[in-house]
Design a protein around this ligand. Structure first.
Ligand code: SAM
Length: 217
């Protein structure tokens, strides 16, 4: 199996052809080996146009949705980024390639530990992972706030104020909001006065965000 050829084809057929234009996002997706972030049994499907199971009833998101959410953050390389939902670590690897520092939180310990191994194997050392497996703990990473960009890769019932509070002025946050099965992707801009502006885009289907400002486990 030639994963490099499969990756190039994925980027051309699923990303570039669907109007993802940010050259840095495209280059990062050409570079990061998605197949190492899935279980071996799914490696041959890693570049397909769909989400895949990663264990513990969680998923690695569809490549196009990963690209779209990443593009909406408009990263230039200098940002401090917060990710909620490390999952496989694939999105984390892209963020680490595109930004200065990444803080990523995951509530399922075995997933976080596996993601850590994959990220270390790629020598991506600008990432801090946190395991948030205490159901009562608030979503986010208050001690490290504010963040220039926040990405939530699980579906929330509403935009959690605890996260917009952790967004820097001039920052952007992208989050799926809706029911526990279907959501709309929302991008939030915090302007220099600290006011929030919202932009909606595609419908999507994420696993639920669990916690005090999300859904019950
Ligand atoms: N971005 C991931 C990737 O590339 O593999 C996909 C993440 S998966 C769709 C969503 C993840 O969010 C799951 O691993 C889930 O355990 C995690 N999650 C849900 N609620 C969370 C919370 N409150 N804090 C941290 N992680 C959470």
């Amino acid at each position: 199996m030639n994963f490099e050829i499969m990756r190039k084809k994925m980027v051309q057929d699923q990303i570039v052809s669907r109007d993802i234009n940010d050259r840095r996002v495209i280059d990062a997706m050409l570079k990061i080996p998605r197949h190492i972030f899935v279980q071996e049994a799914f490696a041959a499907q890693a570049y397909n146009d769909k989400a895949l199971p990663i264990g513990d009833k969680q998923t690695i998101s569809q490549p196009y949705i990963v690209a779209l959410m990443t593009e909406k953050l408009a990263l230039t390389g200098s940002e401090k980024v917060l990710e909620i939902g490390t999952g496989s670590g694939y999105q984390t690897a892209l963020l680490a390639t595109l930004a200065d520092r990444v803080f990523s939180a995951e509530r399922i310990r075995p997933l976080a530990l596996r993601a850590r191994k994959c990220l270390d194997s790629l020598k991506l050392f600008n990432i801090q992972l946190r395991i948030n497996d205490n159901e009562g703990s608030p979503i986010g990473w208050e001690e490290e706030a504010p963040f220039d960009a926040i990405i939530v890769t699980a579906g929330a019932p509403d935009v959690p104020a605890v996260l917009t509070d952790q967004l820097a002025r001039g920052g952007r946050m992208v989050i799926p909001v809706g029911t526990d099965t279907d959501q709309q992707l929302i991008t939030i801009f915090k302007n220099d006065e600290g006011e929030l502006e919202l932009e909606t885009s595609v419908m999507c289907r994420f696993v639920p965000l669990i916690g005090r400002q999300g859904w019950q486990a």
